[in-house]
Design a protein around this ligand. Structure first.
Ligand SMILES: Cc1cc2nc3c(=O)[nH]c(=O)nc-3n(C[C@H](O)[C@H](O)[C@H](O)COP(=O)(O)O)c2cc1C
Length: 238
């Protein structure tokens, strides 16, 4: 089946600024051709010394995929329940039906409640060498390549970490050796909604000119840049 992208092709810089976390998918499968392109893009990412010590387990259909999605679904539901309470999603503006917080909570509910129906789930893995940032630096560029390629083909996904509670079982189920970390879980599918400009903090808060806290006056955000209030407030002393 030939896949017809839902959107016009996007140029690289536009794609970077408009690839959102997508958590709601239609039932449409990802074609072999498209998935091959997505995984090709992922595996073209850089690794330290070009060691290529990343591996990707792609879960689609079949018994192992079925069991892994079920295992992950349970883990995602309990992780979201914890986050929902810890981050007070049901308090304050969360009580107002159309507030961003309430909308996000509904998206999350839908995401975790339907996790087993996610068309494709990718487990990006990295052979453990240094631990922490050193290992992450060789797998997260590939994760972003993967998400951008998916977006370019009309799909969407989200990088998640909610596999931690079931990592041991997941590892056993999928035959992932102990010397490889499961860096994340990336569900993928056709978005029920759409991509669009992401919201981040104003760039002047994030980029400094030569010295911590010094505003970069030469930076002008493109028209239409959208902002969020999420994250720590600006600080000059770190
Ligand atoms: C390191 C990292 C961990 C994340 N973990 C989760 C997660 O466990 N569950 C989830 O639903 N989203 C997770 N996300 C997705 C972020 O919440 C999302 O990328 C962020 O809110 C920005 O969304 P936007 O690009 O749509 O604005 C994670 C993202 C990153 C980069």
């Amino acid at each position: 089946m030939e896949h017809i992208p839902l959107e016009e092709p996007v140029d690289l810089l536009t794609g970077l600024a408009t690839t959102r976390a997508i958590r709601r998918y239609t039932a449409e499968p990802i074609t072999d051709d498209d998935l091959a392109k997505i995984m090709f893009a992922a595996t073209r990412a850089p690794t330290g010394s070009n060691r290529n010590h990343f591996r990707f387990v792609v879960l689609r259909t079949g018994e192992v995929a079925h069991q892994a999605k079920a295992l992950l679904g349970e883990s995602f539901r309990s992780s979201w329940a914890t986050k929902r309470a810890t981050d007070s999603y049901d308090d304050g503006s969360g009580e107002i039906d159309h507030s961003p917080k309430a909308r996000m909570a509904r998206t999350m509910n839908h995401f975790v409640d339907n996790f087993e129906s996610t068309p494709v789930v990718v487990l990006p893995c990295i052979r453990k060498r240094h631990g922490g940032m050193g290992d992450g630096a060789s797998i997260f560029p590939a994760c972003q390549n993967l998400l951008l390629a998916a977006r370019g083909l009309g799909y969407g996904g989200v990088l998640t970490m909610w596999h931690s509670p079931v990592e041991t079982e997941l590892r056993a189920l999928c035959g992932i050796p102990d010397d490889h970390a499961i860096a994340a879980v990336i569900p993928l599918g056709r978005p029920q909604g759409g991509h669009g400009p992401v919201r981040r903090r104003p760039i002047q808060e994030l980029v400094f000119d030569g010295y911590w806290g010094t505003t970069a006056d030469w930076i002008v955000e493109p028209d239409g840049t959208r902002h969020t209030q999420a994250g720590p407030p600006p600080s000059r002393d770190g």
